[in-house]
Design a protein around this ligand. Sequence first.
Ligand code: NAP
Length: 250
Amino acid sequence: MTNDLSGKTAVVTGASRGLGAEIAHTFAHAGSRVILLARSSDQLQSLAAELPNDPAMIVTDLSQPDSWQNAAEQVNNLGHDIDILVNNAGTGAHTTMADMQAADFDQVMMVNVRNLVLLTHALTPKLVATRGSVVNISSVASQSGLVGHVAYSTSKGAVEAFTRNAAIDLGRYGVRVNAVAPRLIDDGMWKHAFDTGTDREATMSRMGNLIPLEGRWGSAADIAEAVSWLASERAGYITGQVLRVDGGMK
Ligand code: NAP
């Protein structure tokens, strides 16, 4: 059974590859028009060319202080109602406590937190008008931490706090706000690590031993399914939640 998103319009940030591209794909095939946002215009263009329901694209760099305004302006200029916002764009930096650079920390917080919060703020009137839904992509790193990724884990803790607070603020308007927290996903950031030298087989086997559900790493489709369910009316009484999609791994 698919989650019916027909007639909806969804903004998906970080849609050029990885989890965001799969979320956009799933949404479009569930009947939604998707507005794809990222920096890589070629990748957005190739994805848009494959998708049904008249997709649109917005090329912007969310690491700039005013990019939330720029992104919201471009969304508004398209003239569509907005039913769903998926805040998926995310970045990391190798920043242990010992070697952390302020600029790296700021960049992670800018993309993962500041512009996520402010873009949601800027699109709130549209989401209120449709009694829409927001799904933020967090990470279980918010709870478990991740070696060498103190900025990333900190940012995801903020995403989850924001999710709970925005759900309280927007609930009175019928707008739901939830988050999905993936664990080990064989795509996106991990695909990049495997493509640039991390030993895929050894890593998947070593870490797979820690995953209760058949030792299986998650797929981008596992995440997209959870996001589309939370965004759909089938999850109509669920708000302020962080759904871990982790194969049972704590
Ligand atoms: P990914 O393959 O690196 O994709 C990240 C996406 O975010 C890309 O579309 C990228 O597009 C966009 N993005 C990054 N910086 C941006 C910027 N400055 N401005 C605009 N867009 C930007 O990573 P992924 O694994 O799919 O990650 C997607 C989300 O899942 C992230 O929030 C990540 O934290 C979360 N997550 C992933 C995993 C995993 O195992 N893969 C686990 C837990 C959480 P451009 O480069 O084209 O701009």
